[in-house]
Design a protein. Structure first.
Length: 258
């Protein structure tokens, strides 16, 4: 039965920002490992399209969806009520939803940077707190926060984005220490450039693309599935002694000096 260490059969996972890119890849990965998934995203149409695709691919698994904005506290509470109606607790919470506007620090309007904090950081803090009673229904459960290399070093993402991701990594460490006694492991991943709709804009500039590649030892952009693999590992029984950790999915970017 040792292969069950590498399976998520019978587990229920809630994934935010799940309609495209990294979130959709995470949902697909967790379904492939046997988990039922509850998918949340803002856009109802994109979410429905994604879920149809996943149901077709995994006819034996449950794929439930809710269109909601994690930046709204009312929606956050609705997400957890919905999750509670769907299953006996939660085994996995993946805080993946995020957004950004890139500007020089002095050029942000207050509403802009506050919105980045609400979407990227406060949503993960509040969803984790609201999910706590559901996560503690199981002897072992897991939270994974999707951070960023911008939370660990300066990149050209704009200051608020880097601030929210740095705080998200610290939230990971704090909750890991606080919730270990409750059987909840809390970890994070820190992607560098990943090929998604959101990164297609900046990466379409050939000079910028060349600069990114020059700073990446593996010499290529990452794929959403490569982030999903790291997230899935952190959720597996095989990772049962790993908590408070951050796995960079960055092709060596953070370790590259000169």
């Amino acid at each position: 039965m040792s292969n069950q260490r590498w399976r998520l059969d019978g587990q229920v996972a809630l994934v935010t920002g799940a309609s495209a890119g990294i979130g959709l890849a995470i949902a697909r990965e967790l379904l492939g490992l046997g988990a039922d998934t509850l998918l949340v995203a803002r856009g109802a149409d994109a979410l429905e399209q994604a879920s149809e695709e996943l149901r077709e691919q995994f006819p034996d698994r449950e794929v439930a969806t809710l269109a909601a904005d994690v930046a709204s506290d009312e929606d956050r509470r609705a997400i957890l009520d919905w999750a509670e109606d769907h299953a006996d607790g939660l085994n996995i919470l993946v805080n993946n939803a995020g957004g950004n506007i890139t500007r020089a620090a002095i050029e942000y309007a207050e509403a802009e940077w506050r919105d980045i904090f609400e979407t990227n950081l406060f949503s993960a803090f509040e969803l984790s707190r609201y999910a706590y009673p559901l996560l503690t229904r199981h002897a072992a459960s897991s939270v994974v926060n999707v951070g960023s290399v911008s939370g660990l070093t300066a990149v050209r993402s704009g200051a608020p984005y880097g601030m929210t991701k740095a705080a998200l990594h610290q939230l990971t460490r704090n909750l890991a220490a606080e919730w270990a006694e409750d059987g909840i492991r809390v970890n994070s991943v820190a992607p560098w450039y990943i090929r998604t709709r959101r990164t297609s804009g900046p990466l379409s500039d050939p000079d910028y693309y060349d600069e990114v590649i020059a700073r990446t030892p593996m010499g290529r952009i990452g794929e959403p599935e490569e982030v999903a693999g790291a997230v899935a590992f952190l959720c597996l029984p095989a990772a049962s002694y790993v908590t408070g950790e951050c796995i960079a999915v960055d092709g060596g970017f953070l370790r590259y000096g000169f």
